[in-house]
Design a protein around this ligand. Structure first.
Ligand code: SAM
Length: 246
């Protein structure tokens, strides 16, 4: 079954964008996933096709209208009743690998992209929409956030990364950052690949990788340690992500 994404946006021409290339593009050509867009303006009711209005209480910018967005969301809900609807917003639940895995395991996702100052809050009360943020910074629109979320989901779909890899070894899967990688040349600008990686001893390599993953996470992302505890990740399988490299 094809994993189906629907994006509600004022800029449908931004899709598939980068997702039409490389790993995601090939997967789309193989019909592992599909993408369609809904132009929010098609649900406007005036001759100017307006979707926004001035903020209640005053202030800068414009706010996307709940009634127009609800009409667009209802249309998508009717078409694809099983798919969760997300809205990209800095006020949302932070996107993480656990949510990405959940979404990738389902039948697909519908994503509402905000613009201007954002979305009338009543939409979130009136419709079953999960607000999602991709990080603590402000983008000019939800489209790049939607592309990010879709990219993270699509690479996990069966057949996209190839049989050798499930992505299980990667950063965030076990609550830690991944271990560092090296490749030829053996010596670059005087820096040698760690000897253990050339030893051929798989147990030693796995132990070294586990310890570097824990150490780097402690140094770079202590917040992950605080969130997931100090559990050391299990030894990685050693599977290579060959299909992922272009
Ligand atoms: N006034 C909003 C605020 O301060 O929270 C920011 C609005 S932003 C200029 C316009 C749109 O970009 C948002 O409605 C949202 O769809 C998208 N956006 C911006 N930053 C985002 C983020 N970190 N995660 C997800 N979507 C984001």
């Amino acid at each position: 079954m094809t994993w189906a994404a629907t994006v509600l946006t004022l800029y449908p021409e931004m899709f598939p964008g980068p997702l039409g290339l490389s790993l995601a593009g090939r997967a789309m050509a193989q019909e592992i996933w599909s993408l369609d867009t809904v132009q929010i303006r098609d649900f406007a009711t005036d001759r100017h096709r307006s979707v926004d209005d001035t903020p209640a209480g005053g202030g800068a910018g414009m706010v996307m209208r709940a009634d127009i967005l609800a009409a667009a969301v209802d249309c998508v809900l009717e078409r694809r009743p099983g798919a969760p609807i997300l809205a990209m917003t800095p006020r949302g639940r932070p996107l993480d690998q656990a949510l990405v895995r959940d979404l990738a395991a389902g039948s697909g996702v519908s994503i509402l992209c905000g613009r201007f100052e954002g979305i009338d809050e009543r939409l979130f009360e009136g419709r079953p929409i999960l607000p999602v943020s991709i990080g603590d910074y402000v983008l000019s629109g939800g489209e790049v956030a939607a592309l990010t979320l879709l990219d993270a989901c699509v690479r996990l779909l069966p057949g996209v990364m190839g049989a050798a890899s499930s992505g299980d070894d990667e950063s965030f899967e076990q609550g830690l950052l991944e271990y560092p990688h090296y490749t030829r040349p053996l010596i670059w600008e005087g820096r040698r690949i760690p000897e253990v990686l050339r030893s051929g001893d798989h147990a030693k390599i796995a132990a070294w990788r586990a310890s570097r993953a824990a150490e780097d996470t402690r140094l770079r992302r202590p917040d992950l340690i605080a969130r997931h505890g100090d559990a050391r990740r299990p030894p990685p399988s050693g599977a290579r992500h060959e299909e992922e490299s272009d």
